[in-house]
Design a protein. Structure first.
Length: 619
């Protein structure tokens, strides 16, 4: 399954938007739910979504809500009141714990977004319950409730539209809950039968210590061995046996690829031979066979995940809690490839919680949801609905792997603008992205530094020049048709001269003599420099930073010339510093005033937007 080409982001997006993926949850919102901030909302725009955040940020709680969203499912399977941890039931309707989710459906050519609310209410206990609870009230009953357009700002149901009748309740006061199969795997608790009993079960009168647990395992392994060998079980053993199956060919290939081992057969038994209801696996590879007792926890976790994914119905909702547990980074990367393939082939919506940088790196920005708290916030916030891996790494404490990046600028003023753009958009990157004024200004950067960086294919540097350095953008389609050989060296020299406004020192004589080297090499290198510059060279808004900054200030005479703008800033700085007419205002004092002005700019500022463009390649 994995050996085929990894699905592209484009193909996965297309599948997510198609009717084959429906019904699909597109948003979940929490007017009030556990420790989440009021009205926290997460949207789903990609088949695989990662919920990221530090410990205690309620990642699992969001998975539990998603698990409880579909028809006949409930959050109470995971969150309920006890004498130790009581959940207040004396709440007003506004304060009731509840969540709202949207799901997309297509009826004919029309698309609709059904919006459902599930709320924690009090109802009489139902089902198979202890005698002492009969006739009493269950405070943890979660039920669909009518649509509320006032308190929870839900979207009204379209009126007089018979197309959606099948999706509405009989009273037409709410949408029916989404009908969707759910697979939930918590990899911190997804233990093999052997590990559950030996390491995680309590001692009892039959197993008072570790030695007696071992004897118990030896005794009860007989029935498990017979189950793997497909032998007849006695009555007692039959009562403890649940199911047997082999992984199919695709499942076997998937496990082999993720774990880097060539398995010839994998068998799975669900049973109670070791007391609790759990799974055991038997693996066959390299002429040997062994059960989960001698396998790594990562091996067993991958087998369980692959088995569940292969057995899941098409269009299922797959919830994975920290699937990276016990897996090394290489296996995590291959696991993500497997999940992408499965999402594409079976139209699976996959939502996972993770702390893993390797997993996050495999996803686009809109598929990474970052949770956390701020000093000013009450409850867990959605810090970012579209998150770069670098941004997530910092919040997860993985900043050591991110190298320092530099943005070369012409002077200190632009460095301050860049620093403020970082602070506004991603303050956690302030120590990792360094704006660096370059001695010699634009000429020195373009003539000498840029070509050296380009030929070395430097990835941790971008260049931000003042707007007056901007020249005509090349026709990149035309450039792609120019051969990179010595006969076209002069044409390449003209192209780079038009693009940068000068010919770099290395190629001031591209005809093949001393400075330019041989013409073939010159043509190839200029081509490389131009394409590196396409991705790494940026320009600030306006003709000059002083002019652009002045244009964003209120009650200040506007100027179109750099010298006039500098003169105005000198006068404004003198007044700000309360200088007398006899005192000199230094360059440092002018920069201090300009820094004060820059700090009042917001994300909508053209200067900030243009500076952010040079920052984005580093995140």
């Amino acid at each position: 399954m994995i050996k085929e080409q990894e699905p592209s982001e484009q193909s996965l997006r297309a599948r997510f938007e198609s009717k084959d993926f429906e019904p699909v949850i597109t948003e979940i919102r929490f007017p009030r739910y556990k420790a989440l901030a009021r009205d926290l909302a997460i949207d789903f725009t990609y088949p695989i979504t990662a919920i990221v955040g530090p410990n205690g940020s309620n990642k699992s709680s969001i998975l539990h809500a998603l698990h409880g969203a579909p028809y006949r499912r409930t959050v109470a399977d995971y969150w309920f009141s006890t004498s130790v941890d009581q959940i207040d039931t004396r709440l007003s309707e506004e304060d009731q714990h509840r969540f709202i989710y949207k799901y997309r459906i297509q009826v004919g050519r029309d698309k609709f977004f059904a919006e459902c609310r599930k709320s924690r209410v009090t109802r009489e206990y139902r089902g198979d319950i202890p005698a002492r609870l009969e006739g009493k009230l269950d405070p943890d009953y979660w039920e669909p409730t009518k649509l509320t357009t006032d308190s929870d700002n839900m979207t009204p149901i379209p009126e007089n539209n018979s197309k959606i009748d099948a999706y509405l309740s009989k009273s037409r006061d709410r949408w029916r809950p989404i009908s969707k199969k759910v697979v939930y795997l918590d990899f911190r608790a997804e233990l093999s039968a052997f590990d559950k009993f030996l390491y995680h079960s309590s001692y009892n009168r039959f197993a008072k210590n570790r030695t007696q647990k071992r004897y118990s395992l030896v005794k009860n392994s007989t029935g498990l061995a017979k189950s793997f060998n497909r032998q007849k079980l006695n009555k007692t053993e039959s009562e403890k046996f649940t199911s047997y199956r082999r992984l199919n060919k695709n499942g076997l290939l998937s496990v082999s690829e993720i774990l880097g081992k060539d398995f010839s057969r994998i068998e799975i038994v669900r049973h109670k031979f070791y007391s609790s209801d759990a799974y055991s696996a038997k693996l066959f590879t390299d002429g040997r066979e062994y059960s989960e007792a001698h396998a790594g926890s990562g091996e067993f976790a991958v087998i369980r995940l692959v088995d569940e994914i292969h057995r899941a119905q098409n269009r299922s909702l797959i919830l994975l809690d920290e699937p990276e547990v016990s897996l090394h980074p290489g296996a995590q990367r291959l696991l993500m490839i497997f999940l992408k393939k499965a999402a594409l082939e079976k139209s699976l919506q996959i939502v996972l919680s993770t702390h893993s940088p390797t997993i996050i790196e495999q996803l686009p920005r809109d598929a990474i949801k970052l949770l956390g708290s701020t000093s000013q916030s009450t409850g867990v916030q959605l810090l970012s609905n579209e998150t770069t891996p670098s941004q997530a790494f910092f919040h997860l404490g993985h900043s050591n792997g991110i190298g320092e990046a530099r943005i070369l600028v012409e002077d200190d003023l632009v460095a301050v603008i860049v620093e403020h753009a970082i602070r506004l958009n991603m303050k956690e990157m302030l120590e990792k992205i360094i704006p660096t004024p370059f001695p010699g200004g634009a000429g020195g950067i373009l003539k000498q530094t840029l070509p050296v960086l380009a030929l070395a294919d430097s990835q941790n540097v971008t260049i931000l020049l003042d707007g007056d350095q901007r020249k005509k953008e090349p026709d990149w389609n035309e450039i792609s048709r120019i051969p990179t050989d010595g006969e076209h060296a002069n044409e390449w020299t003209k192209q780079i001269g038009d693009y940068l406004g000068l010919v770099p020192t290395l190629f001031s004589n591209s005809s093949g003599s001393k400075k330019g080297g041989d013409p073939d090499s010159a043509a190839r290198n200029i081509n490389k420099i131009m394409h590196w510059s396409k991705d790494k060279l940026f320009y600030l808004h306006g003709e000059a930073p002083e002019v652009a900054l002045l244009s964003e200030m209120e009650d200040v005479p506007q100027s179109t010339k750099s010298n006039e703008a500098k003169k105005i800033f000198k006068e404004l700085a003198a007044g700000w510093h309360r200088k007398t007419e006899f005192e000199v205002t230094s360059a440092i004092e002018i920069l201090q005033y300009q820094t004060h002005v820059i700090k009042n700019l917001d994300k909508s500022s053209p200067l900030i937007i243009s500076a952010w463009a040079a920052i984005r390649p580093h995140i």
